[in-house]
Design a protein around this ligand. Sequence first.
Ligand SMILES: Cc1cc2nc3c(=O)[nH]c(=O)nc-3n(C[C@H](O)[C@H](O)[C@H](O)COP(=O)(O)OP(=O)(O)OC[C@H]3O[C@@H](n4cnc5c(N)ncnc54)[C@H](O)[C@@H]3O)c2cc1C
Length: 374
Amino acid sequence: MRVAVIGGGVMGAATAWRIAKRGVDVVCFDRHSPPHALGSSHGESRIIRTAYFEGSWYVPLLQEVFPMWRELEAASGARLLTMTGALMIGDASSEVVAGAFASAREHSLDAEFLDSNELRRRYPGHVVRAGDVAVLDRQAGVLNPEACVAAMLSHVQRVERGTVVESLADLRSAFDAVVVAAGPWTSELIDWIPLRVERQVHGWFSIARDADWFTPDRFPAFVRQSRENGFMYGIPTLDKKTIKVGRHHDGETTHPHRIRRRVDEFDLDPLRLLTATYMRGVSGHVRHTITCMYTNTPDNHFVIDFSPDDRRVLVISACSGHGFKFGPVIGDIAADLVCDGGTQRDISHFSAARFAAAPHVPDDNGDRDQQRDH
Ligand SMILES: Cc1cc2nc3c(=O)[nH]c(=O)nc-3n(C[C@H](O)[C@H](O)[C@H](O)COP(=O)(O)OP(=O)(O)OC[C@H]3O[C@@H](n4cnc5c(N)ncnc54)[C@H](O)[C@@H]3O)c2cc1C
């Protein structure tokens, strides 16, 4: 059997790694040179957590994925995962707190509910207002995305870097199966999943010299939701000088060939507002910024499904801003589907059929073919 994987971001790299592990001949194609900073799998850190507010059905996959990240670490000798715990902060009825709490209770997870006083006492880096509470998820931490992708690809014999797959027809005759893991470029290759690409900016904010509470041992990664300002997230400091902060969603609709890579002051103002409102010991000075893309489905849940008219084509669109942490388990599911024709894992939530009646969402100007930046 010969399998082609289109894309060497975390999803394609994980798929190729898990297929290669089964002794199957696999080639991974990427238009750039992964790990790279032009798609969705870059930026020094990614949060991994278990008390999943997005849906309790993700929890079994998350419980499975931690040992897989450790397996990859052992096989590659690279440090990929740092356990920090994670805080979901908001009012008790917010999606992040209520959702994380529900997942923790349903799956008896190692998690703790913190009231306002306890949250304030333990974590001086957070400004805690009346009504703010949190779920502390202990089975959580931070992954290094570039190192993860490099480690996965190091187990794949053939990685064709700088190779653009223009259409699936190019590969169908030479391979028994094709896995599309093209992230924000997916709609160039298939048109049966409604996807919207969203530009995201995150910034590394300077921390005050006396603010010693942001280190990974004292400051869990966090996601915070407020009625006024939506979702923000932050990662403990990795250099003792800066802390990475981003907004979750609320980015402009974009296209991978035309994304505005330059970060302007008006991109940073919303982040400054968030750090000034919700964090203590963070200055308005931004040392470094990066742009990245979310590939969103209409309900922000993943798609892992065969093409409706060709079961030799499998599509993985596992982003919507929260896919990285699942890389190895989604790669293994893809390997099950391609090599065995099915999987034991419950992937019923990821079927593309749920969008069958949904209208296609156009990209920023409805044109997929202009300005290719191969
Ligand atoms: C700012 C930001 C923060 C995030 N934070 C988190 C987080 O904390 N935790 C978490 O779990 N997830 C997070 N995510 C989501 C996560 O990073 C994504 O779900 C994941 O990286 C998506 O990976 P991918 O492989 O699908 O896409 P990509 O990484 O974009 O990979 C797609 C690859 O396909 C290649 N390609 C495309 N078209 C072709 C073609 N025609 N021929 C050949 N190659 C092609 C591209 O070059 C690219 O390398 C975040 C995402 C962003 C943008």
